[in-house]
Design a protein around this ligand. Structure first.
Ligand code: AMP
Ligand code: TRP
Length: 328
């Protein structure tokens, strides 16, 4: 089985990225051949300072390692270092259409406040590159948070379309979304997703522990006093319950039962303790990894391994569509 996923280095990673994606990756490294990359080409789809992009990319690599991904078991690499991604993108862009791309929620959310004259083609065509990322590795499983499942559905449409025309060339991928924590909400507005750009409602993986505690203690809660999972009427409490359950690897009923009779303040304190218990050692490992100075070497070695797999698939794709290669 092949597993592939990535995170784009556009900003500070949040607890949402951690619970929805990062933390799950390591569970796959013993289940099959695992490819986890830094989606740096995707980070260019909105304006970003080159220095920030470089440092974010290194950070994500260090976070991957700190989360327990082992380069001996799982290939870690930079998307831009494997040129097959850009080449596959150039071919596959002909098999996804304007109509379907313009219906993508992520595109609509990111572009609705922008003028047409400022929306880059890359932002619009984002799912093409993402499909290339997935298909180059013949990935069966793509672990992601809920917001990315639409892009994977589109990749599946592309596979059907392409294979219908050229035979069984591409492998059908499937999104794998965690049972608990697939969509962590903002602490300041629990009806909105926690995202890298939401400064007030986010917990960043690099926040110090006092800040983490403060943010959780001041999270928006709901009227009433019961600790209950009820997204419609109690979105704030439900979000904190999800965070707790995900970090403790228990289901929501068990979390609810655990907090029966708790007051909001004590409940929040317990959630803050759980987050601190997870992030404190994680940050220590991250610091050690950065200090080791080995991150770039690991990424370069990963790119070499990834290129072998990606180039073989690219060759298959090129041949299928009729591009001549060195053997013709
Ligand atoms: P991104 O920040 O868009 O690069 O997302 C990287 C990964 O984190 C993707 O798999 C997302 O689905 C996941 N993710 C991002 N935000 C959240 C969130 N608030 N809750 C759960 N998963 C998330
Ligand atoms: N689009 C993903 C995000 O924003 C990042 C990503 C790029 C990705 N290519 C991918 C995730 C391929 C899974 C598989 O989070």
């Amino acid at each position: 089985m092949r597993i592939l996923s990535g995170i784009k280095p556009t900003g500070q990673l949040t607890l949402g990225n951690y619970i929805g994606a990062l933390r799950n990756f390591k569970t796959f490294q013993d289940k099959g051949e695992c490819f986890i990359f830094i989606a740096d080409l995707h980070a260019l789809t909105l304006p970003i300072d080159p220095k920030v992009l470089r440092s974010n990319s290194l950070d994500i690599a260090a976070f991957y390692l700190a989360s327990g991904l082992d380069p001996k078991k799982c290939t870690l690499f930079l998307q831009s270092e494997v040129s097959a991604h850009a080449e596959a993108n150039a071919i596959l862009q002909n098999y996804l259409y304007m109509g379907e791309l313009s219906r993508m929620t992520q595109f609509k959310e990111k572009s609705h406040t922008m003028k047409d004259s400022a929306i880059g083609l890359g932002l619009f065509a984002y799912p093409v590159l993402m499909s290339a990322d997935i298909l180059l590795y013949d990935a069966n499983i793509v672990p992601v948070g809920e917001d990315q499942t639409q892009h994977i559905e589109l990749t599946r449409d592309l596979v059907n379309r392409f294979n219908k025309r050229y035979g069984k060339v591409l492998i059908m991928p499937k999104a794998e979304v965690g049972k608990v924590g697939k969509r962590i909400m903002s602490l300041s507005d629990p009806t909105k997703k926690m995202s890298k750009s939401d400064v007030k409602g986010d917990i960043y993986l690099k926040d110090d522990m006092a800040t983490v505690r403060k943010k959780i203690m001041s999270a928006v809660t709901d009227s009433g006093s019961e600790i209950k999972y009820d997204v419609e009427h109690k979105p704030g409490i439900s979000n904190l319950l999800v965070i707790y359950a995900a970090l403790k690897d228990i289901d929501l009923q068990a979390a609810e039962a655990h907090f029966k009779g708790y007051r909001y303040g004590d409940f929040k304190k317990a959630v803050a303790d759980a987050v601190v218990a997870e992030l404190e050692p994680f940050q220590k490992r991250y610091q050690e990894i950065i200090r080791s100075g080995k991150v770039l070497d690991i990424l370069h070695a990963g790119a070499k391994k990834a290129s072998v797999v990606a180039n073989a698939t690219l060759k298959r794709i090129k041949h299928a569509v009729g591009l001549l290669d060195e053997n013709q």
